[in-house]
Ligand binder design. Sequence first.
Ligand code: SF4
Length: 229
Amino acid sequence: MPIQIGGMVPLTTIDYPDHLSCVLFCQGCAWRCHYCHNPELIAPVGSTPVAWDEVLAFLHKRQGLLQAVVFSGGEATLQPGLPDAMQQIRELGFKVGLHTAGIKPTALAKVLPLCDWIGFDVKAARGQVDGITQIIGSDAANWHSLQLLLASGVAYECRTTVHWNLLQPDDLHLLARQLQEQGVQRFVVQQARDGHTLTPNLGPQTQPAGLPELWHELGSMFEHFMLRS
Ligand code: SF4
């Protein structure tokens, strides 16, 4: 089954660490995160599809120029065609990156051996994920997938998007402690953008007090911690 691509960024330096990469935005997602800033990618069929043959033709011309191809979303692992697509990318000589929230742990397990690096989206502390995604059961899926990722040995970064109207510093602190208990070593916090979000009227965000102290503490909990704006 061909993979559904809803958009492509031909060259980026920020989506796969230390590599020049191309990002493929896979169409479709089963969750409904309030702050989602790619709501046009949630539907299973998008308005601006990019044919897989077109993607392959582009990548053939970029061999030796690009180093990695990142499957992003939407949620790439929901696509049955993802393993084949990743295999084709590997055969072209590119490294394979994946941005995922681990919506379907069995599907993530299938592609872990094909990935060189994963940006894993941890939505919130255990028990709080469903409130972000608006989907019952997403908590268990998100955290089970994280365990699969950590057990796989694939290079990764865990990242959490914070919208201050949805999470408070105590929630983030609890999440950091839970990640630490799981053995996570690389954690990035990124602040949600106001404006183009799935749930309208979510912002503007009011920054809580005590953030410098929180960042300092989180920095001491992980081998690598970063605040990304
Ligand atoms: S932010 Fe949430 S709703 Fe949007 S693509 Fe990611 S998992 Fe799906």
